[in-house]
Design a protein around this ligand. Structure first.
Ligand SMILES: C[S@@+](CC[C@H](N)C(=O)[O-])C[C@H]1O[C@@H](n2cnc3c(N)ncnc32)[C@H](O)[C@@H]1O
Length: 290
């Protein structure tokens, strides 16, 4: 419903999951307006419950308490999301962000279309498996990697919820596992690379760029000829131009021909304002690898 500066409301996030609202007030200034914001949510959305996911570090820097607070009604532990042909559970109380990565939903549908029937898929930073499950509807098999065993357990539940038994959820560091896969000469028809923001601040950008280059180089190497890579970066400190440079460097080092088939980004409910580059934080490239 509201995505910060993009909606003219800096530091406010309001996500609606079915009949429930999960919100974040991320600055001390905004906290002074808390009663008005909660009243507005009640008036406009009339939800069954409002949860404040205030367990984010940025609030500490604002001198605000870091906590999860139920401020109206009740909010369940899980809410089922329907995203195109698939369903998965968001976890408003405990999940990352406000319970799910809603900003990648169009990109999940876009990459799923590239999966050949019966092909092999790899989802490198899978969280609760949402890309993997989209791929698995058409694939013969999909490998979903994440360092969080808890997220993968939810991924397995989500796969079962869709009647899919062809996803292998594997707890692993994506950097190391991609290297091992390359050594084993494994190849995939579709690979997804959706890492956490490597650059949490401006100072971290050079190291982040090295990380993005390395993960993309390793990912390109395990894509079979004529296959697809969806590569994303959600660091708003890494603008499109730098991200494109990184992809070019990885493509060059791989020795493969990599074609940019689409510049994807964030969905319409995460508006990008022309004069505020930080509002366009999510970059995703649809790449064909020959
Ligand atoms: C941006 S989220 C992925 C969101 C997911 N693709 C989706 O659409 O719901 C990044 C994920 O990467 C995982 N992660 C962080 N470092 C990792 C690593 N070195 N190897 C594998 N997974 C990692 C985190 O646990 C987190 O679930």
């Amino acid at each position: 419903m509201v995505h910060g500066e993009g909606d003219g409301l800096p530091s406010l996030v309001i996500d609606r999951y079915d009949r429930w609202v999960v919100a974040q007030l991320l600055s001390a200034g905004l906290e002074t307006c808390r009663p008005d914001i909660l009243q507005a949510i009640e008036t406009v959305l009339a939800p069954d419950g409002i949860l404040l996911r205030h367990d984010v570090g940025v609030r500490r820097r604002e001198g605000l308490p870091v906590e999860v607070e139920l401020v109206a009604g009740s909010v369940p532990a899980d809410v089922e999301i329907r995203e195109g042909p698939i369903r998965y559970l968001a976890a408003p109380w405990t999940g990352q962000k406000t319970g799910a990565f809603l900003d990648q939903r169009d990109n999940r549908l876009a990459i799923a279309e590239r999966m050949p029937i019966g092909g092999r898929g790899l989802d490198c930073f899978s969280y609760h498996g949402s890309f993997a499950i989209h791929l698995a509807r058409r694939a013969g098999s999909v490998v979903a990697l994440d360092v969080s065993g808890e997220a993968l357990a939810r991924g397995a539940e989500n796969a079962a919820r869709n009647g899919l038994a062809n996803v292998a959820f594997q707890e692993a560091d994506a950097f190391e596992e991609l290297r091992a896969m390359e050594r084993r000469r494994e190849r995939f028809d579709v690979v997804v690379v959706d890492p956490p923001a490597f650059a949490k601040n401006k100072g971290a950008v050079p190291q982040a760029l090295r990380g993005y280059k390395e993960i993309n180089l390793r990912a390109i190497r395990v894509v079979g000829p004529g296959g697809w890579l969806l590569s994303a970066s959600c660091s708003f400190h890494v603008p499109w131009a730098l991200f494109l440079d990184v992809i070019a460097a990885a493509a060059r080092d791989s020795g493969r021909r990599v074609t940019i088939a689409g510049h994807l980004g964030q969905p319409v409910d995460h508006p990008e304002i022309a004069t505020i580059p930080e509002t366009g934080y999510l970059k995703a490239l649809l790449l064909r690898v020959d």
